[in-house]
Ligand binder design. Structure first.
Ligand code: IPM
Ligand code: MG
Length: 359
């Protein structure tokens, strides 16, 4: 198979974890007889520094003509001051421009990492394997009008929380389809006791559910969902929710997995797809070969699965990551007594070696 990947290293630890992921993709290509071609482009703070724009047109053009997009991380304190362009605008812009309406965030607690989970062991005894399906191009993130105003001489600010029924329907369909391939349960999260937007959300989700009789649907209010996620994380299968609630719940779920450095994500649209680790640019450890590349490498596995249909290859990557953990190797974020500490690049190399050793 011949495929092109647009690579957006971004800021902070982005370039480091991306370069380890490309090593792993190359190991997969060699092992299974594929050819992946990479073209790099600018996004985030790196793009602001060189062009003044967090999402240059050339980057968008390259993304549009590639078979998949692979991103590291954006942001950092350097771009936090003042009223200049923000790196995050590059990320929000690319989601909107490429129509990436579905963000999939699988949360798995690897048995070897249960010591890093902040919950009492009995709460996660049965394991955790859930999938957050977050709507990514609507909600209060993009609603118009948004801006600043003035009331009786006092400053105001406003963002419009808005969903159109077709936006809810398409993300709900995907959640039900994915649940059908997993444990067959969708939990839709909203705030329908307060928000009109959530009442429409719930109405549409219930309508869609009628087409998937084999999938069981439940509903939770966001506040309760936040609580249930730490009381009984093992009982969730697919969590379906909007952009803002999904942003919050996915960080909460991430910490259950032991380290945010372990969690991959896929952002899918009708025509394009982008893969990135959930973690940010971690400026405090950037450039020191300390980062955990596993979230990025597992995102590359999602790319192989969802964009290229290479299930066997995706599993090979996931198994190699598990094998490295099982052999007692750890980066700093998941280090525990008795384990052997590895740098970012050593982790990438070891994962490649495990891929080559698989039979
Ligand atoms: C995420 C991030 C982004 C979001 C930020 C960086 C704009 O938190 O991908 O979860 O809010 O969606
Ligand atoms: Mg977030």
């Amino acid at each position: 198979m011949n495929r092109s990947i647009c690579v957006l290293p971004g800021d902070g630890i982005g370039p480091e974890v991306v370069s380890q992921s490309l090593k792993v993709l190359n190991a997969v290509a060699d092992r299974f007889g594929h050819r992946f071609e990479y073209e790099e482009a600018l996004i985030g703070g790196a793009a602001i520094d060189l062009t003044g724009d967090p999402l240059p047109q050339t980057t968008l053009d390259l993304c549009r003509k590639s078979d998949a997009v692979f991103l590291g991380a954006v942001g950092g304190p350097k771009w936090d001051q003042g009223n200049g362009p923000r790196p995050e605008a590059g990320l929000l812009g690319i989601r909107k421009e490429l129509g990436l309406f579905a963000n999939l965030r699988p949360v798995i607690l690897h048995p070897q990492l249960s010591g890093g989970c902040p919950l009492k062991s009995e709460r996660v005894a049965g394991g955790v394997d859930l999938l957050i399906v977050r709507e990514l191009t609507g909600d209060v993130y993009f609603g118009e009008p948004a801006g600043r105003g003035c009331e009786q001489g006092l400053r105001t600010a406003f963002n419009n929380m808005i969903y159109r029924e077709d936006e809810i329907e398409r993300i709900a369909r995907l959640a039900f389809k994915l649940a059908g391939e997993r444990k067959g349960r969708v939990c839709s999260v909203d705030k329908a006791n307060v928000l009109e937007v959530s009442r429409l959300w719930r109405e549409v989700v219930i309508e869609v559910a009628a087409d998937y009789p084999e999938v069981e649907l439940s509903h939770l209010y966001i506040d309760n969902a936040a609580m249930q996620l730490i009381l009984r994380p093992g009982e969730f299968d697919v969590i379906l929710t909007g952009n803002l609630f999904g942003d919050i719940l996915s960080d909460e779920a991430a910490v259950v997995s032991g380290s945010i450095g372990m969690l991959p994500s896929a952002s899918l649209g009708e025509e394009h797809a982008l893969y990135e680790p959930i973690h940010g640019s971690a400026p405090d450890i950037a450039g020191r070969d300390l980062a955990n590349p596993m979230a990025a490498i597992l995102s590359a596995a999602m790319l192989l699965r969802h964009s290229f249909g290479l299930e066997r290859e995706a599993r090979a990557v996931e198994q190699a990551v598990s094998a490295v953990l099982a052999a007692g190797f750890r980066t700093g974020d998941i280090m525990e007594p008795g384990m052997r500490r590895l740098s970012c690049s050593q982790t990438g190399e070891l994962i490649c070696r495990k891929i080559n050793e698989q039979d």
